[in-house]
Write a protein that binds this ligand. Structure first.
Ligand code: GLU
Length: 589
């Protein structure tokens, strides 16, 4: 949800949530409206939605830490950004713990049910059409979000589920106001939501699009959150909510008279009950004196960004012209994406050559392939296995699969120096289109992130997690955070984060300018996808002279970052244009 059209309601909502005057004077922009960037000291919050940022700030003001505040923001986003994320999906959280000086990650990616086999997305030997896979019970993975939140709070938080879910529960009951962006996402999903009785009931009240300015409440989601607040993750993964999810997947609530071919899934209650989040080591690579911490597989984010940066490290980017810097970055992305497509998948099922992919020697070999002109198209994967320090088994390179453009990212820090970078999703905008009846949340279609055709390390298998691109990233210098960031946007997430790191750390670009800059996303194809008119700029003309070709799009992702400066200075920066803009808050402006 975005707030451009509802300042009065927003003021009322903020006052209800925070008490008059806002959170201890925290910056909420002129008249309480959202602002895309904020600078100050103390804690900071960057999300796509003002209600979510306000919820996080409320928890910080109540003495919660960055982990508590991140879960509060995420729960609010599950209500107000329901087409991008929620308890019906999964995600990856990267946490910097200031006291211990270490970074941990929580993988709560959706998981395939035990019934899955490598041929599950084939019919008559051919892949089911992607669009039909999206809107199906088959594509729903066992959600990980609630278990991820629980692990985060239990291990690293200071507040209870009841405390951090309270702002979202209050808003679910009082309702939030529909704006253009929210309405447009329903419009884009009109046929899908009409197909399912439960989705139509929630998002097409009276059978039509909710009017801009009208109010939507979600008492079913309030009850779901209240059950979690009272009973923890167990209340979600067992009992009536688990049963309702299994029923939705195995017998989708298709509206009478619908002719849609909605394939059923095959979940057992045990699949849901057995879901586990994984505490994983982050990917780590050094970059010009910085240390970059990212998400290891099943996300491809950390390794692909790490390889891109390792390749870039061989150039003095700060001294190159803008066009030369972007040329190197685009070509480094191309090479890293070739390796992503070939080698990255769930590490519990595939021997991912992680140390080889992140080795400086491998990067040097890849860098040697970059010339003064753009490659004409896709390049071959490299061979990271000879740079492995462990005995991995080479795999067959294979092409990358399709991914959605949904998802949300938030970044939160607290006054004690803890930092959370958190990306979570239900995959497509609107997930698999099915609201779980009586429970107020959409299920994901994350299992479309598997590659349907073998051989490939990312084929569907029982209990496996599909490869992701989500890239929550925290960068340290001399053991202290300097930048934390992430984005939605399918595989463009990786290039969005990589470009921002280059622009901020190497090229000295101010945080907000780096967020707003047109993005050049090269994912090992003939064209580089450019957004926000970036194909019309002098930079684009200079790159064209080096052989670069463009495809255009409205928006590659939505960055939400926090930059950390001297003397406790924090700058939170979010989109000022893409997707209706984001909301940044700092505790002490
Ligand atoms: N399913 C995608 C992933 O896990 C996220 C979808 C998106 O960001 O649009 O990488």
């Amino acid at each position: 949800m975005k707030h451009s059209l509802k300042r009065g309601v927003l003021l009322l909502g903020a006052a209800l949530l925070l008490g008059q005057g806002g959170p201890g004077g925290a910056q909420v922009g002129a008249g309480g409206a959202k602002v895309p960037s904020a600078t100050g000291t103390g804690g900071a919050v960057a999300t796509v939605d003002h209600d979510a940022s306000v919820a996080a700030m409320k928890i910080l003001e109540a003495g919660g830490n960055a982990v508590d505040a991140a879960v509060a923001a995420a729960a609010t986003l599950g209500l107000t950004e329901p087409f991008s994320c929620g308890v019906g999906g999964g995600g990856f959280m990267v946490v910097y713990l200031a006291k211990e000086g270490r970074v941990i990650t929580i993988d709560h990616r959706e998981m395939a049910p035990a019934s899955f086999t490598p041929t599950v997305f084939l019919e008559g030997g051919k892949p089911i059409a992607f669009g039909e896979r999206v809107t199906s019970g088959l594509s729903a993975g066992i959600p990980g979000t609630v278990m991820g939140w629980q692990e985060a709070l239990r291990r690293y938080g200071t507040k209870s589920f009841a405390e951090v879910l309270a702002p979202a529960i209050a808003l679910a009951k009082s309702g939030y106001v529909v704006d253009d962006y929210f309405q447009s996402q329903i419009k884009d999903n009109l046929d899908r939501f009409k197909t399912f009785t439960s989705s139509a009931a929630l998002y097409l009240p009276g059978g039509t699009l909710p009017a801009v300015g009208s109010r939507i409440n979600n008492p079913d989601l309030a009850r779901t959150y209240e059950a979690i607040a009272a009973g923890g993750a167990q209340a979600f993964y067992t009992g009536s909510i688990a049963q309702a999810m299994v029923d939705t997947v195995n017998t989708p609530p298709v509206a009478p008279g619908s002719t849609a071919n909605v394939r059923k899934g095959n979940w057992a209650l045990a699949d849901v009950a057995n879901y586990e989040a994984r505490i994983r080591q982050p990917t780590v690579n050094t970059y010009r004196g910085y240390t970059v911490y990212g998400m290891q597989p099943p996300s491809s984010g950390g390794l692909t960004i790490g390889e891109t940066l390792n390749i870039l490290e061989g150039y003095d980017i700060a001294k190159l012209s803008e066009a030369d810097a972007y040329h190197r970055y685009i070509e480094a992305s191309r090479l890293a994406f070739a390796d992503r497509g070939a080698y990255m998948a769930d590490p519990e099922y595939t021997d991912v050559p992680q140390t080889g992919l992140l080795s400086k020697e491998f990067a040097a070999q890849r860098r040697a392939l970059i010339g003064d002109r753009a490659a004409a198209g896709a390049v071959a994967a490299g061979n990271p296995f000879k740079f492995q320090t462990d005995p991995s088994i080479p795999l067959l390179p294979a092409p990358a699969s399709l991914e959605g453009q949904s998802t949300t990212h938030l970044t939160v820090s607290d006054a004690q120096g803890n930092v959370v970078a958190y990306t979570f999703t239900i995959e497509s905008i609107g997930g698999n289109g099915m609201v779980v009846p009586g429970h107020g949340f959409l299920l994901n279609n994350e299992l479309t992130d598997f590659d349907a055709v073998a051989p490939h390390p990312n084929i569907p298998e029982a209990g496996k997690r599909p490869r992701s691109s989500m890239s929550p990233t925290i960068v340290l210098k001399d053991g202290k955070p300097v930048l934390a960031l992430g984005s939605p946007g399918g595989s463009t997430i990786i290039t969005t984060v990589g470009q921002a790191i280059m622009n901020i750390l190497d090229r000295g670009m101010p945080a907000q300018a780096a967020v707003d800059a047109p993005r050049y996303s090269q994912r090992n194809g003939a064209t580089t996808t450019v957004d926000q008119g970036g194909e019309t700029t002098p930079l684009a003309r200079a790159l064209e002279a080096m052989g670069h070709k463009w495809a255009t799009t409205d928006a590659n992702g939505k960055l939400a970052l926090i930059q950390f400066g001297e003397g406790g200075k924090v700058t939170a920066a979010t989109e000022s244009r893409r997707g209706g803009g984001g909301s940044a808050l700092v505790q002490k402006p």
